[in-house]
Design a protein around this ligand. Structure first.
Ligand SMILES: *[C@@H]1O[C@H](CO)[C@@H](O)[C@H](O)[C@H]1NC(C)=O
Length: 463
């Protein structure tokens, strides 16, 4: 009997890891001959990631997905990088010997177990910023695949970056013209590019990772002008979300009960991602905006973890940061809570709109449930996601496209206007979002476009 072994490694962040685990489930469900090992980068500074991994390990016996913790590695020292991507890229690089060892061990133990079993390591999947692992794949002679957790348009940007680099005479931040990127219909203003590409250090690490995307199947080194085949298999969603492993179940249940008591499609949900959020003064503007709009709301406002890769943490407690009396004044119509199972909330019939940081997983979840988004990007590739949703696809309401740390605050009246537009039931965006919701479900069904792509990828893996 032949078993096909696939190994994954991913950047240690919820937004990257969850789609990988879900993709692993899809592979196995589609073809039970697969057996999957996910290498886990140990990073004590990411408690949420660790809680999630523990919950996956607890159920792994029944799923054929094996989790292997890599030995801890020191973070690179701050004099070696000036950007989060620099830090992540160098951190990944430092894992190479451990990854090589882990894969070697994996194949050795498995061939000892059962001589009749033909186990083949058919693929090693890396992600956006772990491209240095291509070297490990080359050394071990394993086909390497990039699991790209973001949009095709952004993948197009990354693939275009090495070409763009040869044309640039200034940094992207200094550029006074819009960019023509083949994967975007509209010219792209540099202000919606990820903050890190606008900085010198981040740019060079981006470019370094992007160049490696063009190394198709690392083994047969083909000309870099050729883009390797792309398999669009999304939306890859974890529809149970963190409801299963939420650090605070009581809070989760309290929110769901509160939502049960609200009329359908009347509640605005605000959430700015798993990595923390916005500055204290921005929180106050949003609060005033909510009061002006007078709308029902659930606001996931976790107290931010201490300086995590340089994200803002200029506030410590909700009472101190929210306007005086805000919680009392809004107690009948709103709920401010900590970190939540976002997908469970979006699935609730009471939710009518979503103010989001536009992380790609959040967008996919929202579209899946047909909930329109108003955009308030903060970091990573969120600005370009917001641009794509508003300008390219007409699938979201613009609050801001280019907000980021250090930008002018999104003012209360902008928030109010955004909410009014978002909750206007006759808005064209709402209708389009409902259609896309249906289409995204069809794509994942048997013979849907994503299903067909996944089958094609499996063919490629096993042959
Ligand atoms: C999918 O396509 C195959 C081959 O054309 C067909 O036999 C099968 O019935 C289809 N399944 C669905 C659910 O349409």
């Amino acid at each position: 009997m032949t078993k096909f072994e696939v190994v994954f490694i991913t950047t240690p962040a919820i937004g990257q890891l969850v789609p990988i685990v879900e993709f692993a489930h899809h592979l196995i469900n589609c073809d039970p001959r697969f057996s999957i090992t996910i290498l886990i980068v140990t990073l004590p500074q990411r408690p949420l990631v660790n809680t999630y991994v523990q919950s996956c390990v607890a159920t792994s016996a029944s799923t054929n997905i094996n989790f292997v913790h890599l030995p801890p590695v020191d973070l690179p020292s701050p004099d070696q990088f000036q950007s989060s991507i620099g830090c992540l890229s160098l951190f990944a690089e430092r894992h190479k010997p451990h990854v090589k060892q882990a894969i070697t061990n994996l194949m050795a133990t498995e061939s000892d177990l059962d001589l009749d079993l033909d186990r083949r390591l058919v693929g090693f999947f890396i992600d956006l910023f772990t491209t240095s692992m291509i070297d490990v794949a080359n050394e071990l002679d394993i086909p390497c695949y990039l699991y790209f957790q973001s949009t095709a348009a952004f993948l197009g940007f990354m693939i275009h970056l090495p070409i763009l680099d040869t044309q640039l005479t200034t940094g992207l931040a200094e550029l006074d013209t819009e960019l023509v990127i083949p994967s975007f219909v509209n010219p792209v203003p540099p202000s919606v590019l990820p903050s890190v590409v606008l900085e010198k250090d981040g740019y060079s690490f981006f470019l370094q990772n992007a160049r490696r995307y063009l190394e198709p199947h690392a083994l047969n080194s083909v000309s870099t002008s050729q883009v390797p085949p792309v398999y669009p298999i999304g939306p890859v969603l974890d529809l149970t979300g963190s409801a299963q492993w939420h650090p605070d179940r009581a809070q989760h249940e309290r929110i769901m009960r509160w939502l049960d008591d609200q009329p359908p499609s009347t509640v605005v949900f605000l959430c700015f991602g798993s990595m923390g959020g916005v500055s204290g003064s921005q929180v106050r503007e949003i609060a005033f905006g909510l009061e002006l709009a007078g709308v029902r709301f659930v606001w996931a406002l976790p107290e931010p973890p201490k300086a995590q890769f340089g994200l803002s943490d200029d506030y410590m407690s909700l009472e101190k940061v929210l306007p005086n009396g805000f919680l009392e004044r809004t107690s009948k119509i709103g709920l401010v809570c900590g970190w939540v199972s976002q997908v469970s909330i979006l699935a609730h019939k009471a939710i009518g709109g979503f103010i989001s940081h536009c992380g790609w997983n959040s967008i996919l979840e929202s579209l899946w449930y047909g909930i329109p988004i108003a955009t308030c990007p903060i970091y990573a590739e969120q600005q370009i996601n917001a641009f794509q949703m508003v300008k390219e696809l007409g699938l979201a309401i613009e609050i801001r496209l280019d907000y980021r740390e250090g930008s002018d605050l999104v003012l209360a009246n902008e928030v109010e206007r955004g909410i009014n537009c978002l909750m206007d039931y006759d808005n064209e965006v709402r209708k389009k979002v409902k259609e896309i919701s249906k289409k995204s479900r069809v794509a994942m069904m048997e013979n849907g476009s994503s299903y067909v792509s996944l089958k094609a990828l499996i063919q490629e893996l096993v042959l």
